[in-house]
Design a protein around this ligand. Structure first.
Ligand SMILES: [Zn+2]
Length: 336
């Protein structure tokens, strides 16, 4: 690939230089985020609703339209686009930039040729990566993990995702799944059946998808105020726990204990200096973080010191920053 002449500008009045723009896509289950980045800054962003059950191919025309709109609105010419970074909630082969495996979202992902889609529409390369890895890259470069080369990212939401950076390099493994399956570490081998086929995974014991059944299994649920909640989510759980509701407090204790077990296992597996916690459940970080830090301090085998647990700095946009970094570092790596 030719190197960009730094002084040349396609549109001097707007300031978009040759190959200066990066498009970032973060494909969530209910929302697709699209970012336009310049010099590592999130210049503009757009969100469109997602229908993950309808598949990935069905989403491509709307994504294409949204990207064209964001480029047009910011007067970015096609020549100014360096590449697209694509963040996906599943296992991703980041050497071929294709989706390997999904779990109940965008299940036609492995048959979708994203590289050809980007080439056809914007004549630019596309680099795909797992969403937790992308968020980790963003937090490492710009957020809570700056200056730290050994990190674990844990995303706590519908499921539990993870990604690992060791000595400044993303851990990937032979089949691109190393570090991504922290939510599927077994913490109770007599436990609950998980959507992944395993038993007693962290997310099968404590996650948004598991929470309603956890509450209903409590012997006092039917006489508890939680029974009247229209939606049994963590927002409701934390609210009732703060008000002293016994069912909510018992289930919260169970969840905190499950997450602590998962995080301590990740510490033992990956030897990080820092764990970054993100995801919807972390909206109640003031309760979660001190508890988990104390459990880690008590139970993790780290004779060198204590692993620091921190909240993500950009819970909403880290994957977009990560996509920008991935595009630039991938092109740089391939440029002689
Ligand atoms: Zn599992």
């Amino acid at each position: 690939m030719r190197k960009a002449p730094h002084t040349y500008s396609v549109s001097p009045s707007i300031g978009w230089g040759w190959r200066e723009a990066v498009i970032a896509i973060d494909l969530g289950g209910t929302i697709i985020k699209i970012g336009l980045l310049k010099s590592g800054e999130l210049f503009d962003r757009k969100e469109i609703p997602a229908q993950s059950a309808a598949g990935l191919k069905a989403q491509l025309p709307e994504m294409q339209l949204a990207i064209d709109q964001i480029l047009q609105a910011n007067q970015v010419q096609p020549e100014a686009v360096l590449g697209i970074g694509f963040s996906f909630a599943g296992l991703v082969d980041s050497s071929q930039n294709r989706i390997l495996s999904t779990n109940q979202k965008y299940d036609d992902g492995p048959e979708t040729d994203l590289v050809a889609w980007a080439k056809t529409n914007w004549n630019c390369p596309l680099f795909a990566e797992n969403d937790a890895r992308m968020a980790l890259l963003g937090e490492w470069q710009h957020g809570a993990g700056m200056g730290c080369e050994n990190l674990v990212m844990v995303t706590m939401g519908t499921g539990i995702g993870s990604a690992v950076l060791i000595e400044g390099k993303l851990l990937k493994g032979k089949h691109f799944q190393a570090g991504n399956l922290g939510g599927h570490f077994v913490i109770d081998h007599h436990g609950t059946a998980c959507t992944c086929g395993n038993i007693g995974c962290v997310e099968a014991e404590a996650s948004t998808w598991r929470l309603p059944s956890l509450l209903k299994e409590h012997p006092e649920f039917n006489s508890s105020a939680m029974k009247n909640e229209p939606v049994l989510d963590f927002k409701a759980l934390f609210h009732h726990a703060e008000n002293g509701n016994k069912v909510a407090n018992d289930v919260l204790e169970h969840c905190l204990s499950a997450w602590a077990a998962g995080i301590i296992t990740m510490i033992h597996a990956f030897d990080p200096e820092m764990i970054i916690l993100s995801g919807g459940i972390m909206k109640s970080s003031s309760i979660i973080l001190p508890y988990l830090q104390e459990r880690v301090n008590q139970h993790a085998w780290t004779p060198w010191g204590k692993v620091i647990l921190v909240e993500a700095k950009f819970p909403d946009s880290a994957a977009l920053y990560g996509a920008d970094y991935l595009v630039k570092s991938s092109i740089l790596k391939n440029t002689p």
